[in-house]
Write a protein that binds this ligand. Structure first.
Ligand code: NAD
Length: 276
């Protein structure tokens, strides 16, 4: 793996701390975005079956010329494919579309408690890991009760939980629960889907360091010990979002960003009440 920060997972594997997010990126655009990211030094891509771009991600990986074992690929089992047999089929489908023999990380995309199937789905991920189709297994959008149920019933702890997390929605309580359980936290919509890029506190910190607002926010995730997957399809922004290793935020910056947290700062759906 190239030189960049990596986070050790509870199962002994490691994940590059910065990855490229590819939500809302069609297949053909995913090919070029993944290539641009791998050229820029990224070694981690976050996709999902629901993004309908696994073919493009796999094609971008192959076109880049970067060796397969240098790159960490995450995908996710979509809600409609929950349940033991369905999830195993879904993983087969993802492997086929990505043209990979093994996923580095597979997540349950949402707990979807109204479906009542996330525990069976977790058992399928354990099976796929035993079969060698998946190296590490984790979850996304799980709340503490969902985490404790899968851990309690199977004895297998998700390596990470990928959750909405950005300066306006810092998820302090859930992060503390993760730490107690040995689960790493991965931030989705880390830039607040772009909405945080004009925040006056963050633009002020960016001016102080001679950096962009996107770089300051990504640096905040890194300095907070989070795994971060900013999305862009624009090559210059892909490069910019990875050029975050040459500076650090100070205690004053961190305190100012801590002050941006809002109880109702969530942009995406609430996992407890989402009905999809
Ligand atoms: P994000 O917070 O990464 O923001 C992306 C947007 O910010 C871009 O579309 C662009 O408009 C803007 N942007 C990015 N870099 C910029 C730069 N340097 N300068 C100016 N503008 C810039 O939003 P996201 O895509 O919602 O989240 C990132 C990734 O998280 C997704 O692509 C996906 O992989 C993952 N995700 C997961 C879930 C889940 O349920 N697990 C949900 C949402 C997103």
């Amino acid at each position: 793996m190239t030189k960049q920060l990596r986070v050790e997972l509870g199962d002994g594997h490691a994940i590059p701390q910065v990855g490229l997010g590819v939500w809302q990126t069609p297949d053909d655009v995913a090919v070029t975005a993944v290539q641009a990211a791998l050229d820029a030094g990224y070694r981690h891509v976050d996709t999902a079956a629901a993004y309908q771009n696994e073919k493009g991600v796999g094609a971008g990986l192959r076109a880049s010329g970067v060796a397969r074992d240098e790159v960490f690929i995450t995908t996710k089992v979509w809600n409609e494919n929950q349940g033991y047999d369905n999830a195993l089929k879904a993983i087969e489908g993802s492997l086929k579309r990505l043209q990979l023999d093994q996923l580095d990380l597979c997540l349950i995309h949402w707990p979807a408690p109204h479906r009542g199937l996330y525990l069976d789905t977790w058992r399928a991920l354990i099976k796929a890991q035993e079969a060698g189709q998946v190296r590490s297994i984790g979850v996304s959008n799980f709340e503490v009760e969902h985490l404790d149920r899968v851990i309690g019933e199977t004895g297998v702890t998700p390596v990470l939980n990928q959750i909405e997390l950005h300066p306006r929605f810092q998820q302090t309580a859930l992060r503390a629960a993760h730490a107690e359980r040995g689960i790493k936290t991965e931030s989705w919509s880390p830039l607040g889907q772009g909405q945080l890029l004009t925040d006056p506190i963050i633009t002020g910190i960016a001016a102080k360091h001679g950096r962009t607002t996107a770089q300051v926010i990504i640096r905040w995730h890194l300095d907070s010990g989070l795994i971060v997957i900013p999305k862009s399809v624009t090559p210059s922004r892909i490069v910019e979002n990875f050029d975050v290793f040459g500076f650090a935020l100070d205690a004053e910056d961190m305190a100012a960003i801590a002050g941006l947290d809002q109880t109702d700062g969530r942009i995406g759906p609430n996992p407890m009440t989402a009905t999809f």
